[in-house]
Ligand binder design. Structure first.
Ligand code: ARG
Length: 596
């Protein structure tokens, strides 16, 4: 038992077996043994109660009008001997069972999980996603426009979710569902033919397309003849005109090229960039299948799907083809889900999209579920990984002073500048180039982490001072903790995780050593909650608490002591702290540093 990755899961299984062994029976006649109905509900406990606690006896006893304490005692007595060997057990209060791991059991866990590979294997063992194919649909900006602050959260949260899923054994496919089809292209093509600035285009093609859109839009507003011409360009494009298609393709390439520069800084690499245009020739099948199954009906010329069981969608339909016959966001999303199931064999799809698209997702999911059920297809798990808006201190969507969207490129540059100031203040002695390199990691990492550390469901206030700071639950605080552990090893000329050192370690003993070990062995609980709920902030909070526990240990117990066995066990704790902090930060999408 001690070497298992997820101790809570092991205790849960042990309690279930104990319930069977103790023959917990149901008092109602004719029901027989019902140990299977017992859910131990093992949770991480408050430190003063031990490491883990089982809360399930209470509900079980109550439902059967039995005495919970008596049942808890019975269960404890029936627990397998290896549980008693590794834990101190206590029945507390009305019938909770508390488990406090013995120092040797803590040590056994630390010995068994000395590498990232060991953690990864453990994480997959208990994961419901193991072996499942997950499509993560994230970032997904529209082309012909630079990414702005509104595009930050999907990219950052999506990347963390993708990494967490992959770490727990899922087969992850990262798909950037860019918006590369729409009515704006008529105006851009119109302006491209008349107002292209070739030099600007050579420098920053996407910025030039952005400018051209504004020129085309203004012209169409001012002059009905220009509007007409722009509309004709759009019709030509949609009809497959080669020249217009070539310009449209350039727009896509320029956009994806500029997006990739942002992705490089955020550590993002997509497996596929299958935008809306990819599904142009796949929507007809959606219309015919949904019509044939009776789900879709004509309404005022449009093709729509109502959901009679839903309070709003019984009257507010999902429009899957516009009245002018054109495809829309819903048509392509329906074609996309079918493609993902048929082509990628998706078991699940995570849509990392802001909460304002909640209705769209709900209608998409309901429609897909009914459509697939009607056509005998397996229905994949569909998750809207929704998130709130990035706001300023006043709670308004974040904008520049002149009211424009803040470009991500500029936001990340500012983050680096601010991080450079912080690093220069803290480590004035480091050479300039090195401070620059550190600032690049701290700057981007701070922006990522500030986003991830929030529960994604809420809006979040973008505040530079809080974000780029060494105090509190921030990237700089955690990156600094990592660098500090690295420096301990540097000073002692030791390698983290060196088996020769660790084999000389004596038993964990001091309160600070034990407290740190107790926090380390709870990684699996944070990891599995973050991964099953697709909520990275749970992992952030754990890492923050772990760094705090490490500080307390480092303040209480000197590592560089003479006694080699004591030094070795403290280095072992340093090495596992480092491993878990680095692995955790990496799963969130951050890079870490050797020094800071
Ligand atoms: N391009 C869309 C937007 O900017 C987001 C697409 C999200 N993914 C999807 N499958 N709908 O709002």
């Amino acid at each position: 038992m001690p070497a298992a990755f997820n101790i809570a899961a092991t205790l849960d299984a042990a309690l279930r077996s104990a319930a069977t062994a103790a023959g917990l029976t149901c008092p109602e006649p004719g029901r027989g043994a019902d140990a299977s109905a017992f859910d131990p509900e093992v949770r991480v406990a408050e430190p003063r109660h031990g490491d883990f606690q089982a809360n399930g006896v209470l509900g079980f006893a109550k439902a059967r009008k039995q005495n919970p304490r008596a049942i808890a005692e019975k269960l404890v007595a029936a627990l397998a001997p290896d549980v008693r060997d590794t834990c101190d057990l206590a029945v507390a209060g009305p019938g909770f069972i508390n488990f406090t791991l013995k120092p040797a059991a803590l040590r056994a866990w630390l010995d068994a999980h000395a590498t990232r590979a060991a953690l990864e294997q453990g994480a997959a063992e208990n994961s419901p996603w193991r072996g499942q194919s997950w499509i993560v649909d994230y970032s997904s900006p529209n082309t012909a426009k630079q990414m702005h602050v509104g595009h930050l959260r999907s990219a950052v949260i999506g990347e963390a979710v993708a990494r967490l899923l992959a770490f727990s054994g899922a087969r992850v496919i990262r798909d950037n569902h860019i918006g590369d089809w729409g009515t704006q292209f008529g105006k851009i093509i119109w302006a491209y033919r008349r107002h292209l600035d070739a030099a600007a285009f050579a420098r920053e093609p996407l910025e030039e397309f952005e400018r051209l859109y504004k020129v085309g839009h203004a012209a169409a507003e001012a002059d009905p003849a220009a509007l007409k011409e722009a509309q004709q360009e759009l019709v030509k494009l949609q009809a497959g005109d080669a020249d217009n298609l070539a310009i449209w393709k350039k727009i896509g390439e320029a956009s994806v090229g500029a997006f990739q520069q942002i992705y490089d800084r955020l550590g993002i690499r997509f497996d596929h960039t299958l935008g809306e245009s990819f599904y142009n020739d796949k929507v007809a099948r959606v219309y015919s299948e949904l019509t044939a199954s009776g789900l879709a009906t004509e309404s005022q010329g449009a093709l729509v799907v109502f959901h009679p069981e839903h309070p709003r969608f019984k009257t507010q339909p999902f429009i899957i083809r516009k009245s002018d016959g054109a495809a829309n966001y819903a048509s392509t999303d329906l074609a996309t889900v079918l493609y993902r199931v048929e082509h990628f064999h998706a078991d699940a799809v995570a849509y990392v999209i802001d909460s304002r698209q909640g209705d769209h997702c709900e209608q998409l999911f309901l429609t897909t579920q009914k459509w697939f059920a009607a056509s005998g297809r397996r229905v994949p798990r569909l998750e809207h990984v929704s998130f709130g808006t990035v706001t300023d201190a006043a709670g308004k969507p974040l904008k520049t002073k002149s009211g424009e969207n803040i470009k991500l490129k500029e936001l990340l540059a500012e983050a680096e500048e601010r991080a450079f100031a912080l690093v220069s203040e803290k480590s004035a002695d480091l050479p300039d180039v090195e401070r620059r390199a550190i600032a690049a990691v701290v700057g981007v990492g701070s922006v990522q982490y500030a986003d991830l550390a929030q529960n994604r469901s809420s809006d979040y206030v973008f505040a530079w001072d809080k974000m780029i700071s060494l105090d509190g639950n921030t990237a700089a605080y955690l990156l600094y903790a990592v660098a500090r552990v690295r420096s301990i090893f540097r000073k002692l000329d030791a390698t983290p995780g060196d088996a020769a050192i660790e084999s000389a370690a004596s038993a964990l003993e001091t309160p600070a050593e034990l407290a740190l070990a107790r926090k380390l062995v709870k990684l699996p609980d944070a990891l599995s909650a973050a991964t099953t709920q697709l909520r990275p902030h749970i992992l952030c909070l754990y890492l923050y608490e772990l760094a705090g526990e490490f500080s307390a240990f480092y303040a209480a117990d000197k590592v560089a002591v003479e006694d080699p066995a004591i030094r070795a066990r403290r280095l072992l704790l340093c090495a596992r702290t480092l491993l878990i902090l680095e692995t955790g930060l990496n799963l969130l999408g951050l890079r870490t540093l050797e020094r800071m």
